[in-house]
Design a protein around this ligand. Structure first.
Ligand code: SF4
Ligand code: SF3
Length: 533
């Protein structure tokens, strides 16, 4: 196997024997085949699009299949193989309809694995230039992130066929016979970044149309006596469906990881048995989940091997782990039955509460007051410290950064990286709490909107604001968000805890020269340098 798509890749180079994440070589092989099959399918979908063929089920399939190869989503070889066969079947069927010959069969897809591997390692023949190879990898990984966000939006009815066509065009690049140099690939990366802005906007529209605009909301870290279910991941629709199916049963629902901001959506908060938040970020689940006295549902990434507690872990949607019970779309009866059979919490245990839900509307309405605070000097600088969490020890940088940021600075945060500091009391500046949780990783869209609004109100560019981005990456949604920020022209970002293995020296040079991007160093040095910018 060869997989280098996430931050914890072995030796900082690639997982070649087994994934550090737990991915086995046969699973990696099917994922490689699936990617190749999707590249071929994308080309046929583009031909169909040119002939006016628009299929919602095809669009949904492309997004789900791509999402299933993202880090920590699906480890189930059989489930991935079903996606692969479906991709091959769909291409053959569409090709027949278009009247073109289609050489895709399982054997061709098997050969395709070699091509995927060469794209990554490049021994000969395919993308010999290491910078082109790097750009191709960044593009593929970014597309996985775009697909993830578009998938969530589609589940809530927000679909955009043109976005899927853009994804298909980018996925087919390199397999479409068009010769491209490095600058062409860099411009495709920007296209991917813009496509991701569109995907995040769609998801923002989907979430807020379905559940209302998030409002700042305190969330209890304590527990209530009674039966319980823990819900992890990003998918608000799954959470809502489960809340509906458990209403009036006495079973309390707790959020885990990236599901925390769900408490801030009025139509989700309205369920009185949405009881609180349990645990921290994904990489702590093997330590934290055994103590939860009810079953756990994973709606998206990031699932880890449930060592010793597999009998209470359920998956749904694109998530899979061999041997776990997979809930069919919207049917949580098995999960609810398990909750009834488990002990639940014996008594109320009060806990501190954390504040979440500074969503797009809230932030935009606070923008004038924020501007005044910046002009008066009350707020000297705004840091956005956000992104993924992970297991690496160097990630204490982010908590240290937040701790050491001067008292006249605000910290905006989002995604699961915040669990390093989400329960700290950093005080406030006037009406603003110093720690402002915008939401999930996809709510980077809200952060971007606010930055653009502040720049507009100041009559300057985003890079002229006293605003700095300090990002932590782990998986491919972070790659998509990074590409979005680059495409929007955001400069001077700090990226850590380590640079991606798939970024070549030439691409890094382009990022430094074009966007002044830098790896994180020490909190003290970065704070000083960023505040001087
Ligand atoms: Fe390794 Fe990350 Fe790939 Fe898992 S997803 S196999 S940890 S690079
Ligand atoms: Fe975290 Fe997996 Fe990326 Fe939505 S839950 S951010 S790592």
């Amino acid at each position: 196997m060869f997989c280098n798509q996430c931050e914890q890749t072995a030796r900082g180079i690639a997982c070649t024997i087994q994934g550090v994440c737990g991915k086995k070589a046969p699973v990696a092989a099917v994922q490689d085949q699936l990617i190749y099959a999707l590249r071929l399918l994308a080309g046929t979908v583009l031909k169909g699009h040119a002939r006016g063929i628009v299929r919602e089920d095809m669009d949904d399939f492309m997004l789900a299949a791509l999402f299933s190869t993202l880090t920590n989503v699906n480890f189930d070889e059989a489930a991935l193989r079903r996606f692969l066969h479906e991709a091959v079947r769909r291409r053959r069927e569409l090709a027949r309809e278009l009247g073109c010959t289609c050489a895709t069969d399982d054997a061709a897809v098997r050969e395709g694995v070699e091509e995927v591997r060469r794209a990554a390692t490049g021994p000969d023949g395919f993308a010999d230039d290491e910078d082109v190879r790097s750009a191709m990898q960044i593009l593929l990984f970014g597309l996985k992130g775009v697909a993830a966000y578009a998938y969530h939006a589609a589940r809530l009815g927000q679909r955009d066929h043109d976005l899927v066509i853009r994804i298909c065009g980018l996925l087919a690049a390199g397999h479409d016979g068009v010769p491209r140099g490095l600058s062409d690939w860099l411009s495709l990366l920007m296209d991917c970044g813009h496509a991701n802005v569109r995907a995040m906007a769609l998801l923002d529209a989907a979430n807020t149309a379905a559940y209302g605009d998030p409002e700042p909301t305190p969330v209890s870290l304590g527990v209530r006596a009674g039966k319980c279910i823990l819900v992890s991941g990003h998918d608000l629709r799954d959470l809502e469906e489960l809340l509906r199916q458990t209403a009036g049963t006495g079973i309390n629902i707790y959020t885990h990881g990236e599901m925390l901001p769900a408490h801030a959506y009025p139509r989700l908060r309205a369920y009185p048995h949405l009881a609180g938040h349990f645990g921290t970020a994904w990489q702590n689940q093997q330590k934290e989940l055994p103590a939860f006295p009810g079953p756990v549902l994973f709606t998206t990434n990031c699932i880890q091997e449930p060592r010793g507690y597999a009998d209470k872990v359920f998956t749904t949607g694109v998530v899979g782990w061999p041997g776990l019970t997979h809930c069919p779309d919207g049917d949580f009866s098995a999960l609810v039955a398990r909750a009834r059979a488990m002990p639940g919490f014996a008594e109320d245990v009060p806990g501190k509460s954390v504040l979440t839900g500074f969503g797009r509307k809230t932030l935009l309405s606070a923008a004038p007051a924020l501007l005044d605070a910046v002009k008066s000097g009350a707020v000297r600088h705004i840091f956005l410290v956000g992104g993924c969490d992970g297991a690496r020890s160097g990630r204490s940088y982010y908590a240290d950064f937040v701790e050491k940021a001067p008292a006249d600075t605000l910290i905006l945060t989002l995604a699961c990286g915040k669990f390093r500091f989400f329960d700290r009391d950093l005080g406030s500046i006037g009406a603003f709490p110093r720690l402002i949780d915008i939401g999930q990783c996809n709510d980077a869209y809200a952060a971007v909107q606010v930055a653009l609004e502040l720049a507009r109100a100041c009559g300057c560019g985003v890079n002229d604001l006293p605003l700095s981005l300090v990002l932590s990456w782990y998986e491919q949604k972070a790659v998509a968000i990074l590409l979005s920020l680059l495409a929007l022209g955001v400069k001077g970002m700090r990226l850590g805890p380590t640079l991606p293995a798939f970024v070549s020296p030439g691409i890094l040079r382009a990022l430094v020269e074009g966007w002044d991007i830098a790896p994180v160093s020490t909190p003290e040095a970065d704070i000083a340098a960023l505040m001087e910018r």
